[in-house]
Design a protein around this ligand. Structure first.
Ligand code: FES
Length: 349
């Protein structure tokens, strides 16, 4: 029997089919609740059950603890209603007008920009364009039924080719395909756009972007969008990008980020390397990328932070920025890249 889900404070009501999660039901009816991984790993969809009971579903125990369950919290991407429920959740207004679609595409071009990073450009059928918000991702649908998630690195207005940044690592099934067998003109299928990691344009707070590795991809999309959109060009909203990598060779688009800094007074680029040797001749910042932010800011109370990269970096940034630097909880936005080698049906890379 379908159960009714009432979303507070909006008062929107959706009906969950048997076995459907709260998130699936809400998305199907056009209401975008915040989500990232959709597999119980990232915590983006966590919210409160005000009334009613749910099956919490399988999830990472660190992402939703027993204490949190006792306190009425749930992961809406995993929780299925066992009765009519009332939930508390901040809806994403801007996304609900964007249709999630499954589309074919052709590999148009591949560029190896670092020893372990390939940029792939995808072309849609002639009559198609993908509407998305800068910072969102797509799921590549693999032939064996699995999915691999990749942030779109191009800005929405620059949509002739979709751009993905793929990092190679042992056991990464799709990455190994890209680096070993994929050729130009190959056909892929994907679903998207997905995710709630996008620029909150209604705010005028200064922004700190923190990226590690290919976490640069969605930040590139957001920044190119911000540089393009008229009402964000005023230069009043200061933006700084901290991009963490291991070695100079890993900074695969440093020249591009440097050119943004030259062109825009309100943008600063700070590369941070964690594994440099004297032979590198590196004179820039060193250490962990989120530590560099802690060193530079005594307080983040008046900022927004967008963090994208490894789960460890995103978790450390969230913990330290909110606890040590007074960043408001709801001004931290993130996408954590979860390797595909862990058992999961979706992972962002
Ligand atoms: S835990 Fe639910 S979206 Fe990641």
């Amino acid at each position: 029997m379908p159960h009714q889900i009432t979303i507070q404070p909006s008062g929107h009501v959706v009906s969950a089919q048997p076995g459907e999660t709260i998130l699936e039901a809400a998305l199907r009816e056009g209401y975008s609740l915040p989500y990232g991984c959709r597999n119980g790993a990232c915590g983006t969809c966590k919210g409160r059950i005000i009334q009613g009971t749910v099956d919490f579903g399988s999830h990472n125990e660190d992402t939703l603890t027993e204490d949190e369950k006792q306190a009425g919290m749930a992961l809406f991407c995993r929780a299925t209603p066992l009765s009519d429920v009332v939930i508390e959740c901040r809806e994403i207004g801007a996304i609900k007008d964007i249709r999630i679609r499954t589309l074919p595409c052709r590999v148009h071009r591949m560029e190896r920009v670092a020893p372990d990073v390939m940029v792939i450009f995808l072309r849609l059928p002639a009559s198609e364009r993908l509407q998305f918000l800068a910072g969102q991702y797509i799921d590549i649908l693999m032939k064996d039924g699995r999915r691999r998630s990749f942030s779109l690195a191009n800005a929405p207005h620059d949509d002739e080719l979709l751009q993905l940044h793929v990092r190679n690592y042992p056991g990464g099934t799709f990455a190994e395909h890209v680096f070993g067998r994929m050729k130009e003109r190959d056909i892929l299928r994907f679903e998207g756009p997905l995710g709630t990691f996008f620029l909150r344009e209604e705010s005028d707070k200064p922004i700190i972007f923190v990226a590690s590795g290919t976490g640069f991809a969605p930040v590139k999309s957001i920044l190119e969008h911000a540089f393009h959109v008229r009402h964000l060009q005023s230069g009043e909203r200061q933006m700084v990008l901290y991009w963490g990598n291991r070695t100079p060779a890993d900074l695969y688009m440093a020249n591009l980020a440097g050119s943004w800094q030259q062109a825009h007074d309100n943008f600063t680029f700070i590369p941070v390397l964690s594994d440099v040797s004297p032979a590198d001749g590196w004179t820039g910042r060193t250490g962990l990328v989120h530590q560099a932010v802690l060193e530079d800011f005594d307080s983040l109370a008046g900022y927004q932070v967008y963090a994208c990269g490894t789960p460890a970096m995103v978790a450390a940034a969230h913990r330290d920025f909110t606890r040590l630097r007074s960043l408001p909880e709801d001004e931290f936005f993130s996408d954590a890249f979860i390797p595909s080698t862990v058992p999961s049906d979706s992972s962002l890379s």
